[in-house]
Design a protein around this ligand. Structure first.
Ligand code: ZN
Length: 423
């Protein structure tokens, strides 16, 4: 494990707030949908969003309502501005001449100027990655044969189009086109703000309902200090919701320790509402989205620290895989472990059902290994460690499954109980 991972997992095992947040499965910890310009995508963005949650609901509502109105306005201004400066007919004529064979495909998608504009925006968003852009362009067959990288494509079009651009720009008030850039940036800021508000809604609803603000900021400070969360990469949003709209707000870059994010509105001196996303360190992010979840790595850290010999993802027979086996000084397996991260936002019955399913899975493994003459697997101690911390649910699961747990020597443990167990 790297030093950063060690620091993080030390924090994980020694800080209750850290544990309660990172024991959430990826579907709850991260937003599972990001709104792109035209569509909602299923993805897990590597960000955790911090907001001043005192009065958070009230802030959020005001900001959201304002956003709706501003969104409509910004889009309207941008479209009318583009219509003013681009000669629609000439643009279409040009496209047809230049890309004759592809215009039928383009025509299918581009029904009017508004759609054309939307596709343009889609192109802008896909520009973040070379692959996405080429994929987008391929949709319209506009990537000439032999072009493999964006750089080549850019050079091609620089030669082909840039020299022609004046043909489809209106000549009147061309200089004012420059002003459109401000509108384009307003449009992007608007979308960014909407995405941030959606993110903070997710974070506050899921993560912080039972936490108080101080302990959360304190934890974020610790995570920031050890570079598990990083500033600067994603833009932040500040707005005074106390003053009339557009008195004091903006999208800004921040690389600031979480406890120092508060700024006062210059106009009314009240605390401004902030939404500040931090990028999650890449390694920790990979652990979060790993199919076994972050707990799998937290346990490996603990075993390493305790100098216990173990192996992970151990394969036996044809179709048996065990998450972790512990090996004793005689080179024999002394324990086996199954690590699970369940969804925690499910009703109690579903959660008990998850335990039942896991215990059933362990029983099957034990029977297979026993049958195949691999030793006395039925009585081999087997730990089932899950992210479930609710003692009542664990108690009930143990009660419901007590016969199986006894017959197969299976122990269900919460992370804390595993931490306190000396194996
Ligand atoms: Zn103010």
């Amino acid at each position: 494990m790297t030093a950063l991972e060690k620091k993080f997992y030390y924090l994980f095992w020694n800080d209750d707030v850290c544990q309660s947040i990172f024991l959430k499965p990826k579907t709850e910890l991260l937003e599972n949908e990001v709104e792109l310009i035209l569509s909602k995508e299923q993805a897990y963005p590597p960000r955790l969003v911090l907001t001043n949650s005192l009065k958070q609901k009230q802030f959020e509502e005001t900001a959201m309502q304002r956003t709706e109105y501003q969104g409509i306005e910004v889009l309207h201004n941008l479209q009318s501005s583009l219509k003013k400066y681009f000669d629609e007919d000439r643009l279409m004529e040009y496209a047809e001449k230049k890309f004759g064979k592809i215009t039928s495909k383009v025509r299918e998608e581009i029904k009017d100027f508004d759609t054309l504009f939307e596709i343009g925006i889609e192109l802008v968003t896909s520009l973040r990655s070379e692959k996405a852009t080429l994929k987008f362009l391929n949709r319209f067959n506009v990537v000439p044969k032999g072009i493999k990288t964006l750089d080549e494509l850019k050079k091609y079009y620089e030669a082909e189009i840039i020299s022609d651009i004046k043909k489809f720009l209106s000549n009147d008030n061309l200089i004012e086109l420059v002003l459109t850039i401000d509108l384009v940036s307003a449009y992007h800021n608007q979308r960014l703000k909407e995405s941030l508000i959606a993110a903070t809604k997710h974070s506050t609803d899921v993560l912080y309902n039972s936490e108080n603000f101080k302990s959360r900021v304190l934890l974020f400070d610790k995570l920031y200090d050890i570079s598990v969360v990083l500033g600067r990469d994603f833009k932040s949003y500040y707005e005074c919701v106390n003053c009339p709209p557009d008195t004091f707000n903006g999208i800004i870059t921040t690389n600031i320790k979480p406890s120092k994010l508060i700024i006062k509105c210059p106009n009314c001196q009240k605390e401004t509402y902030y939404i500040v996303p931090y990028r999650i360190n890449e390694i920790i992010y990979k652990h979060i989205i790993h199919e076994d979840g972050l707990l799998f790595f937290a346990i490996q850290y603990l075993l390493e620290e305790r100098r216990i010999r173990f192996e992970i993802d151990k394969n036996f027979l044809k179709d048996v895989q065990i998450d972790i086996i512990i090996i004793n000084s005689d080179n024999l397996i002394s324990y086996a472990m199954e690590i699970k991260m369940f969804k925690t936002d499910r009703p109690k019955d579903t959660q008990i059902g998850n335990f039942r399913q896991t215990v059933g899975q362990v029983k099957k493994i034990k029977e297979k290994m026993q049958k195949a003459g691999q030793g006395d697997w039925i009585s081999l101690p087997y730990f089932v460690v899950t992210n479930i911390t609710d003692e009542l649910i664990i108690k009930e699961a143990i009660e419901v499954l007590k016969q199986d747990l006894k017959d197969y020597n299976i122990t269900i443990l919460s992370p804390k109980q595993f931490f306190q167990t000396h194996i």
